[in-house]
Write a protein that binds this ligand. Sequence first.
Ligand code: ADP
Length: 641
Amino acid sequence: MSDKTTGEPHEFQAEVSRILHLMVHSVYSEKEVFLRELISNASDACDKLRYLSLTNPDLIGEESAFRIHVSVDKDMRVIRVSDNGVGMSREELIDNLGTIAKSGTGQFLEQLSGDTAHDSQLIGQFGVGFYAAFMVADRVDVISRKAGEDAVSSWSSQGEGTFEVGEVDTADDLLDGRGTTITLHMRDGEDEFLDPFRLQGIIKTYSDHVAIPIYVEDVAAETSEEEEAKDNSPVNSANALWARSKSDITADQYKEFYHHVGHVFDDPSMTIHYKAEGRHEYSVLLFVPTERPMDLFDPQRQTRVKLYVKKVFITDDAHLLPGYLRFVRGIVDSEDMPLNISREMLQNNPIVTSIRNALTKRVLNELKKQSEKDADAFAKTWDTFGPVLKEGLYEDFERQETLLDIARFKTTQGDELRSLKDYVADMKENQTAIYYIQGDDPAAVARSPQLEGYQARGLEVLLLSDPVDAFWTANVPGYEGKPFKSVAQGAADLDLLPKEDKDDTDKDATPSDDSAIDAFIALLKTSLEGAVADVQRSDRLTDSPVCLVAGEGALNPYMERMLAASKGGETGDLLVTRTLEINPDHALIKALAAKAKDGVSEDLEDAAHLLLDQARIIEGESVVDTADFAARMVKVLSRSV
Ligand code: ADP
């Protein structure tokens, strides 16, 4: 092949251009990861071809020893990475190396600030794959032949907005005439990588676990007398890491393997490695990440555990874990599934089902163990993945109890995360339910007026602010026989629970006038007709004058809001199902009630509407009629000055 590929020019997708710009100007301190990325892709390509060749042996012909060659030519300033894997067609070169399909890309790009140092750190978190080559090379040439096809295609780019695609008339530069060869023309200043020993070091550090043998070749040495002394053994151990015994594997090796299978760069917060023996035999190596993967809240909720059969990669789409454990990365290697199992056959395969059950149980047990043994570490895990794990509470009834054991909550009790076991153990005498309040802003939730009566009685309330909380609270009957009860819904039932003694000297201690309060309630009911379902005295308030409460059987207010939002409707329409509760001991209510005895007045009408509007605002809702709200507010203020 001629060194310079000429061909049809193409433009990179805008997202890719931005990533390439970032690569070219990167000050990312670990540039050597470019090699790990290229080797990872090469090893995936070999895995893919091995799988395809199970049903179509002709694809690999006689030459079946999968391998990866890294050659370095110091004089020409090039590094070549070749594999005899599945290869790419011309269209695939354009699609795979010209666009980026990875979910989370948009989010990643949004985080970029333009500040090189800051942005370079993000590279590590995102994992830029093939494009990492442009951190060290100012031109990258790719030639490739897709398995089973004749054409050899080329791709070339200097990483600046465009690439060229063409055809090559010889397969000489491909390993065994197939697969892919990537040639990096190294930038000035990146000479350290033109040293075969340095490359070997990088491979040992990052790619030792890769199950395909990797060879490093010094092209300059081959032309000299040193050729004799050439070492022809692979640089990596080239055996499947999961098949080794735990005692032979270092923490760093686990970490590198996690980076490889997960295509991520953080540290694993938990490593689960074991061999299952019994009805089915399989090895498991799973990792819980420290950081949220970019696609954690992707609506597809795809799980990412790779399935191997007897060390042959089959698919990463076998649904080996339920959706609520989609943050777990790793592999399962089955000893008893047939090697030629097709991806379609996997869908209802009883072995897959049995492995999924066992894996789910194991992962949850490990999480539970961590929650019991290392509260601090678990608090971090829960903080990161709790919102996803909670999906299991309504999706997986069989494991609901285990998940409730694992779950941790912010509560009114303090800053520490609390378990339900702690909660139940500390319940007050006569307390029959586990109380919670839920909304979308954690700070607002903690300040909700509905909490007042509970706090005055020393009753702990769970503070829920993840969107998923609306779903599980509606579906989970209870924990250890205690039902979950929203403090913002239905009757408060606080009669049997005495208030704790507090210094209330600054409170207006005169008892409220019952008949005046009744008159005021009647007035509110008339004024607010059609805006609330009812008006009642409250025993859940101590400091605030009013609050809104949902009906016992109604959807919780949060769900109502989401439903209204999803229908694009006015939230006000739905919220007529709620009751406005008033605090008869509050000075403002007492004063308004005293006036109400004399009959309806404009002042009282204004007060009624403003009280409802402010109750809505505290709930994080918007006022239904903002012009009316503003006009009444101005009137009231004018009267008071
Ligand atoms: P990722 O590996 O995370 O998908 P990359 O940008 O590294 O992202 O690669 C994009 C795609 O290009 C890969 O998913 C793969 O389909 C293809 N690819 C890259 N390198 C090779 C290779 N050596 N052989 C075959 N296909 C490759």
